[in-house]
Ligand binder design. Structure first.
Ligand SMILES: [Zn+2]
Length: 125
């Protein structure tokens, strides 16, 4: 059972979400590590991130398009050089802290999550 390496993320393998190994390419691996914003974190060859940390544009197939045609692939492929950008970096000690995902692009992660939830329900039924 592999848990997602992202802070505050409790996703594990086997929960129906895709998990991605850290890239072997050193430059990309460094970018992923920096994006995690975990102190002194060094990914191993088995460290994984779950699909929740990737924008729709980072997947080979747009998840919304895939869902809209009723196609449910077992795992989603990331594009070459995909970079995770969606992380919950809110500080629990900050009284103004909102549990919102930081993002560098204009897509709406909440909508993406609802698509994932819908897909998971479909798989359960
Ligand atoms: Zn995760």
């Amino acid at each position: 059972m592999v848990q997602c390496a992202a802070l505050k993320c409790t996703v594990k393998s086997g929960q129906g979400l895709s998990m991605y190994l850290f890239p072997k390419e050193p430059h990309l691996r460094k970018i992923w590590t920096v994006k995690l914003k975990r102190d002194n974190f060094v990914p191993s060859d088995y460290t994984k991130l779950c699909e929740r940390h990737f924008e729709k544009s980072q997947f080979v197939m747009n998840p919304e398009v895939v869902a809209s045609v009723g196609f449910r692939p077992k795992s989603k492929m990331l594009v070459n050089g995909a970079i995770p950008t969606l992380f919950d970096l809110s500080d629990p000690k900050d009284k103004h802290g909102k549990r919102s995902l930081t993002q560098t692009q204009t897509s709406k992660p909440s909508r993406k999550f609802s698509v994932i939830e819908k897909r998971r329900r479909l798989e359960v039924n």
